[in-house]
Design a protein around this ligand. Sequence first.
Ligand code: FAD
Ligand code: FO1
Length: 451
Amino acid sequence: MTLPPNALTRIRRLTPHTYAEGGVVYWMSRDQRVNHNWALLAAAEYARQQSTALSVVFCLAPSFLGATERQYSFMLKGLREVEQALARHGIPFILLLGEPPHEVINYCERNRIGALFTDFSPLRVGRHWRDAIATSLTIPFFEVDAHNCVPTWVASPKQEWAAATFRPKITRHLADFLTPFPELTTFTSPTVPSTDWERIERSLTYDHSVPAVLWCTPGEQAAQQALNRFIAERLTGYATHRNNPARTAQSQLSPYLHFGQLSAQHIALSVQVSTAPETDKEDFLEELIVRRELADNFCFYNPHYDSFAGLPSWAQKTLNEHRDDPREQLYTREQLEQAQTHDPIWNAAQQQLTQDGTMHGYLRMYWAKQILLWSATPEEALAHAIFLNDRYQLDGRDPNGYVGIAWSIGGLHDRPWFQRPVQGLIRAMTAGGITKKFPIHEYIERVTKNH
Ligand code: FAD
Ligand code: FO1
């Protein structure tokens, strides 16, 4: 296997050291898959060139941004499959337990590792992990953007204002980057999976009060099946129906994308060759590529991606001007969490979130915008929305989540609209508007009947 030229720009060097000797390790974090993974492919190619062994480590952190059993059980089932698939390629998988910087550094030193690869995440926690490792290690350490179709640092060198400014930059690169993946090398002999997953799951101390969900089967194989079903059954009509909460018209692939169990580039290539109408393909690729990669752009270039300070200045100004406006309702975080508001649409969306770990995409915007109206300050609204989103969504703790919330509450990537109480110039969404557009009672009945 040799990597195509575009793959080289996906790789960033995090340490200046040169390779001397020893095996190669891919520290897997955000991209938890064996297929279509540029970080794994780059590590494998490096190991082949140095005629040395490759192994993959994953470090299970004792806590991760409030993740609960819902997210951990999904992730661990996916990782079991990763171990088995790697074994078929003769690549050992090692599960480390503890704080990633400490465990990864120790692992590399104990095993005299010669080069380290990892995948890319724009979120603070992952960047702190990578920085700490880069400062301690004296071997080459590479970061590979295996998550985005166009690597974040190639797409744009700065924070973009809106999809309109980002779209032409991404589009210019797409022909270069939307290319097929090479085959992953198989190393000398098959290895035997050896992680005691039951023991590890029993030993974990994560929050069990938010249970796993059944609608989304974890793992790469289930992810591929979900993609096949979406393309065969729902891609046609996506443009027309995706915003209708009463229908299941979206792909429901976001949990797989969040945990890296499915590659966005592989999805895009599969959608491009499908026979669905061009308008449906275009609309879907706009969400999958432009909107999703714009979220990574924001979190990469704006260190305040999850707070008031990260919002555009016009939005901060208008929200500050309306700080003291009287609120028609004020709800506590507990009332919100338990779906105890006066608004049946909002309550149904919140129930879908707590019970199923998901929420229809259109209602996510409405849901967050009402939290602004019902909170004492915009800061509190952001904190409540991020808390609830990260605790209950299967796809939470993702750049898409921070950006979706900042868009809804703080006008990010949007423009000023009309003056309204509390929201100021932030775009409004009303229950009346939703009821006029969609048969929302069907959604409310479906969600509340299931619970
Ligand atoms: P589809 O419509 O099938 O789209 C395919 C993929 O495109 C999605 O899986 C996602 O990766 C991407 N995508 C779609 N819409 C957006 C968008 N608006 N912005 C960025 N990427 C998008 N997405 C998350 O992945 N995790 C979150 O925690 C999250 N929280 C959100 C919170 C709020 C308040 C808002 C407004 C949006 C949030 N989103 C989040 C973005 C979006 O709503 C979801 O990605 C989408 O609804 C997931 O469903 P799907 O996979 O069926 O989407
Ligand atoms: N990545 C890790 O490397 N180790 C973890 O223990 C871990 C837990 C985790 C829990 C919930 C969740 O949504 C994601 C989790 N991830 C974990 C993946 C994580 O999203 C990425 O590694 C980050 O992007 C890093 O910034």
